[in-house]
Design a protein around this ligand. Structure first.
Ligand code: PBG
Length: 327
């Protein structure tokens, strides 16, 4: 039957795969994906992370192999998280030149440093015996300004070990400025800062705390990470970090905060990263293992949504797999 008036038909452009590809505006590119990797001190074999099927805590050797494979697959970067053998109140292993991340950075700088971007998560929670992201006051609160001195020292240790980018994730006020100042003073003016600027106090980090062995031993992180309901806080944090010298700003988690990615991406003059975190990974892996969701389609749909929201760079535990698939 002919319509009585002309019908606008968006479906014309959906009819074949070739048409859909022609008009696509968003694409996920391997070179914009960053793979998070865990390296643990003092283990002989890689250790599976039970809440993140397919993810392991690496030995220094298995890390080198995984890094090679990821770079071979075409990922844009790697971000390292260290799990030290010994923890203490001030997280001494974090800025020790012989600490596990510094050793691993030296390995990877020699192996793949010409071919990829080496990033290091910069925080204290993996290194402190209490599991908080900073030094504690006698009352048991995280001491913002004392922590900044520790972060500054960690940044220099990571830069010296070969990090191209340091990524402070502890949510202390002034952390980007303190780190920028310390890097510049130590002759590392060319090392970039990817700030975890907009980081929510999220239940999505549960599995990561198993992988990085960094669950807080008391309390939670709500006094320093952002409140999911404080909508205006996002822009404030992002703009402050740009002012303090952040080269890249990050929003984290990703899919539950697509509105925030869009808002930040419209407002800042620097590249925006989004972190598809451990809980986002585990939810999809668990549902797929039950046969409830199509795993591969879910992965691509979520990555497409994150880049459609405005993320230029995506940190995802599927980075190497997706890069391989897209080649
Ligand atoms: C803190 C840090 C966390 C994550 C990255 N850096 C955990 C936290 O804040 O508790 C979470 C990443 C993920 O869940 O995949 N150093």
């Amino acid at each position: 039957m002919t319509a009585r008036y002309p019908v606008t038909r968006p479906r014309r452009l959906r009819r074949t795969a070739a048409l859909r590809t022609l008009v696509a505006q968003v694409s996920v590119r391997p070179s914009n994906l960053v793979l998070p990797l865990f390296v643990k001190e003092g283990i002989g074999e890689p250790q599976p992370v039970s809440s993140m099927p397919g993810v392991v805590q690496h030995t220094r050797d298995s890390l080198r192999k995984a890094a090679h494979e990821a770079v071979e697959a075409g990922v844009g970067g790697l971000i390292l998280f260290g799990v030290p053998a010994v923890k203490d109140g001030r997280g001494s292993a974090a800025d020790d030149p012989g600490g596990v991340v510094q050793l691993a950075l030296r390995d990877l700088a020699a192996d793949v440093g010409q071919d990829t971007v080496l990033m290091a998560d910069l925080c204290l929670d993996e290194y402190t015996d209490h599991g908080h992201c900073g030094l504690l006051t006698p009352a048991g609160e995280v001491d913002n300004d004392a922590t900044l001195e520790r972060y500054a020292s960690i940044a220099v240790a990571q830069a010296e070990a070969g990090a191209h980018v340091v990524a402070p994730s502890g949510m202390m006020d002034g952390q980007v400025g303190a780190i920028r100042g310390a890097l510049d003073a130590a002759g590392h003016g060319d090392v970039a800062i990817c700030a975890y600027s907009v980081k929510y106090a999220s239940a999505c980090y549960g599995p990561f705390r198993e992988a990085a062995e960094c669950a807080p031993q008391f309390g939670d992180r709500a006094a320093y990470q952002q409140d999911p309901a404080a909508a205006r806080d996002a822009l404030r944090e992002a703009l402050l970090d740009v002012d303090e010298g952040a080269d890249i700003v990050m929003v984290k988690p990703a899919v539950p905060y697509l509105d925030v990615i869009a808002q930040v991406s419209a407002a800042v003059p620097v590249p925006v990263a989004a972190y598809q975190v451990s809980g986002e990974y585990s939810m999809i892996e668990a549902a797929a293992a039950n046969g409830w969701l199509d795993r591969d389609r879910m992965i691509m749909e979520t990555l497409t949504a994150i880049s459609r929201a405005g993320a230029d760079i995506i940190l995802t535990y599927w980075a190497a797999e997706v890069a391989r698939r897209l080649r």
